[in-house]
Design a protein around this ligand. Structure first.
Ligand code: HEC
Length: 87
């Protein structure tokens, strides 16, 4: 379980590096951030949709559940960026 999550995160990191770091905050389907979201946010319930919540609602929710999921601050930021770019 732990190692599956870890390898999913590592995989995302490798993709991020191989795609170069453009520094863009625009996020689309199946990016490292969307995969991080999928890997992190469906262990306790089905994966929420980005459109479920507004720009005001997402940041505190991602922080709350991200902390429960033991994500780092950087991972929480990346998931928040993905959700706000796709809601
Ligand atoms: C440790 C288990 C756990 C993980 C991991 C988790 N959640 Fe949840 N989540 C819950 C539980 C339990 C509820 C429902 C109970 C509640 O409302 O507090 C919930 C409810 C939600 C809701 C509905 C809340 C509302 O007010 O409508 C959203 C949205 C949500 N989670 C988003 C996320 C996101 C985004 C992630 C990934 C960062 C995530 N969750 C990861 C346990 C988790």
């Amino acid at each position: 379980m732990i190692s599956r999550v870890t390898s999913a995160l590592l995989f995302g990191l490798i993709i991020a590096l191989s795609h170069g770091c453009g520094g863009s905050i625009v996020d689309e389907e199946s990016t490292p951030n969307s995969r991080l979201f999928a890997a992190s946010c469906q262990s306790c319930h089905t994966l929420p949709k980005p459109t479920d919540k507004s720009d005001e609602e997402w940041p505190p929710l991602v922080r709350k559940y991200g902390e429960q999921a033991k994500l780092t601050g950087e991972q929480i930021d990346r998931i928040t960026i993905y959700l706000l770019a796709n809601n």
